[in-house]
Design a protein around this ligand. Structure first.
Ligand code: F6R
Length: 398
């Protein structure tokens, strides 16, 4: 719980699990990562059936999940397509039975779940398997129906999950999926020169999240944003590219934990209709990183401001470095500098904190928001911070 702001804990005792689990993310990621990292920058997913030869036969990746796990699944598409050059489809598990699922023997079908018990995710995995796909579970519960049903398992070691709203499982899933992208790229002899650099950079992610959480201004700023948002009944979170899943996830958390109607939206699409909603009544949270910012985003930010929308910018730059944006931002939320590929996992942290603090300000029970259908059973995973256990039937060999 190092680094947690003193004013974060409720006065009547221990901090809620939701907040505790936000702060457990560095250790959840460190445990998750450690099981895959071998000597000499090897990724230990290379025993059958995740051997090079089988992986080279993969022509398409099909990734499915529900809710927050679906947002983690979305992050995988950017990395698998970019690093391994494999076309990737990501679909909410509840949609899988609603149309013809285009998978076959050359498809790697990945089902992502914290509990391993979401019925839609299980049904989607079964359907993919019945069509001949190789099925892989990315799961936190080593002993769950999903691990039994899948042909292989990659575990997240996020440990015991007690908050209904997922945080540390989410970033751990995103990390495992990123490593899977790297492993697929490796099997195809891609990234030869960059390999060491990529692995080194992913292995620093627990530290980077620790830094983000410890960064002096982040939580006080999240509190400031939460108090600001408390006066509103809606908000938009705008992003582009690989940050979109984080905008969607932030919006999900704001709805679930803080009962704020929030929508995550593609910045480039916002000007095609939704802009009609922009104005003083609808605060906008926008990711704005100098190396990813383009004319569309800048023009949109100025247009939103001209329409009177309160603007909260999540950025690495700070008001001193970015005078133009500083002049229009109501609140700057600073993040530490991280390599672009790792940015999504860091960028979601302030949104989790804002959701917590807004829920707290609103007097809500952040641990039991009542917004998910999963049963309570199955939220007690093995492994992870303080709870290591062997890898039941997993094909990853530590
Ligand atoms: C939201 C949340 C849910 C779950 C979803 C899937 O904070 O936790 O959206 O992500 O119900 O659950 P799992 O991952 O257990 O399949």
């Amino acid at each position: 719980m190092d680094g947690m702001a003193n004013n974060a804990a409720p006065k009547n005792g221990d901090p809620p699990f939701f907040l505790k689990e936000i702060y457990e993310q560095p250790s959840a990621l460190a445990y998750t990562l450690a099981q895959f990292l071998g000597h000499n920058f090897q990724l230990k997913m290379n025993r059958p059936p995740l051997d090079d030869q089988s992986l080279r036969q993969v022509k398409k990746a099909y990734i499915t999940a529900c809710g927050t796990s679906y947002h983690a699944a979305m992050t995988a598409r950017y990395l698998i397509e970019e690093l391994a050059q494999i076309p990737t489809v990501v679909e909410p598990a509840s949609e899988c039975g609603c149309h013809h699922m285009l998978v076959d023997e050359s498809t790697l079908a990945v089902a992502v779940s914290q509990s391993g018990r979401s019925p839609d995710t299980l049904a989607a995995l079964d359907l993919a398997r019945s069509r001949g796909a190789f099925t892989l579970a990315v799961v936190n519960e080593s002993d769950s129906p999903l691990t039994e049903a899948a042909m292989g398992t990659l575990l997240t070691l996020a440990g015991k999950v007690q908050s209904k709203a997922s945080t540390k499982a989410f970033t751990s899933q995103s990390l495992v999926l990123a490593l899977l992208g790297l492993r697929l790229a490796q099997s195809r002899n891609l990234l030869r020169k960059e390999w060491r650099q990529e692995i080194e950079s992913f292995s620093r992610i627990p530290e980077m999240i620790r830094e983000a959480l410890g960064k002096r201004e982040l939580e006080p700023k999240a509190i400031e944003v939460a108090q600001f948002l408390n006066g509103y009944s809606q908000a938009f979170i705008l992003a582009r590219g690989h940050l979109l899943p984080m905008a969607l996830e932030g919006a999900l958390k704001l709805k679930e934990v803080a009962r704020l109607h929030a929508e995550g939206y593609l910045a480039g699409e916002f000007g095609h209709g939704p802009l009609a909603m922009a104005g003083p009544q609808a605060p906008i949270i926008m990711f704005s990183f100098s190396d990813e910012r383009d004319a569309t985003c800048l023009a949109l930010a100025f247009e939103l401001k001209a329409r009177g929308a309160p603007l909260i910018l999540i950025t690495e730059d700070g008001p001193k470095k970015d005078q133009a944006l500083a002049s229009i931002a109501d609140i700057f939320l600073p993040l530490p500098q991280v390599p672009s590929r790792l940015r999504p996992m860091v960028a979601v942290i302030p949104l989790q904190l804002i959701a917590y603090h807004l829920g707290h300000v609103r007097g809500l029970d952040v641990d039991h928001p009542g917004g998910t259908l999963q049963p309570d059973v199955g939220r007690q995973a093995e492994g992870g911070p303080g709870l290591r256990k062997g890898n039941n039937g997993s094909m990853i060999h530590p």
